[in-house]
Design a binder for this molecule. Structure first.
Ligand SMILES: Nc1ncnc2c1ncn2[C@@H]1O[C@H](COP(=O)(O)OP(=O)(O)OP(=O)(O)O)[C@@H](O)[C@H]1O
Length: 252
């Protein structure tokens, strides 16, 4: 037998994102995130789906440091970031694009991009070179730097929000419902942009209500019900599955 001994530490280090026993909630209320484990390989896209109110956004916000962690750990590329502030998490390689208010509508495209790196001095790979790489991914933004972000379409705003997050040269990008409020055509373009982001070497954890859109681009899907991960499977397997059954425990 020539199989190598399993080294859990080495395995953990090879993961882009490692979430273990994560618990979180709001104020004095009960747990909304109820002990979640998630190990995500580098340069993969994992989609988090589940019924309304199951805690998908709360889960991703807890990883971003915006909802206080009550128990458990979060690590990016083997570095424990559990106790870091949201800003320090960004500087540690974890970027987050919220569902709403993810750009400054009264500033221009160029001003939004400039502001995005203002507090990131010291993070390796942040600077003009990264800016060029990001603008190569979203060439439309390069064409009209003086356009007010508030005058962009919903899809263009999402591209700007992605670009601002990517300027931090993240290893992991958290996206909270990027398709929300977009027309079907623009949802498709937004999902294509997520694929380009992954092709650029970034690991993507995506919360989506639009299950079909998420399944179209994800490698793996996790189903969250009442704050717990109830299923993890390849997107191909989930495409065949009965979603009502997965979400609500109903028989087909
Ligand atoms: N700021 C908050 N304060 C208190 N409770 C909150 C807060 N934000 C969310 N919740 C509660 O946490 C639970 C999970 O909400 P969350 O938005 O995380 O679910 P979701 O799965 O993302 O829902 P949706 O698919 O509808 O966006 C809900 O019961 C919600 O009311």
């Amino acid at each position: 037998m020539n199989s190598r001994p399993c080294d859990p530490k080495a395995e953990e280090l090879s993961l882009a994102l490692a979430v273990s026993g994560l618990r979180a909630g709001y104020g004095r209320g009960g747990d909304i995130v109820c002990g979640i484990d998630l190990a995500q390989k580098a340069e993969s896209i994992v989609a988090v789906i589940g019924p309304n109110g199951s805690g998908k956004s709360s889960f991703i916000k807890t990883i971003a440091g915006l909802v206080p962690t009550r128990a458990g750990t979060v690590a990016v590329s083997g570095r424990d970031i559990t106790t870091l502030s949201p800003a320090r998490r960004v500087a540690s390689g974890l970027a987050y694009v919220p569902q709403e208010a993810n750009i400054f509508a009264t500033l221009t495209i160029a001003e939004n991009l400039k502001l995005a790196t203002e507090f990131l001095r010291g993070r390796a790979g942040v600077g003009p070179e990264q800016r060029e790489k990001v603008l190569d991914l979203f060439p439309e933004l390069r064409l009209r730097p003086r356009t007010l972000a508030g005058n962009l379409s919903g899809g263009q705003r999402q591209m700007l929000a992605f670009a601002c997050a990517l300027l931090a040269n993240p290893e992991v990008l958290l996206l909270d419902e990027p398709s929300a409020g977009l027309s079907p055509k623009i949802v498709g373009e937004t999902m294509e942009a997520v694929v380009r982001v992954r092709e650029a070497g970034v690991t993507v954890l995506l919360v989506e209500q639009n299950v079909a859109a998420a399944l179209g681009i994800a490698d793996e899907v996790v189903v969250l019900v009442a704050g717990r991960l109830t299923l993890r499977a390849s997107a191909a397997d989930i495409r065949q599955a009965d979603l009502a059954g997965l979400f609500f425990g109903k028989a087909a």
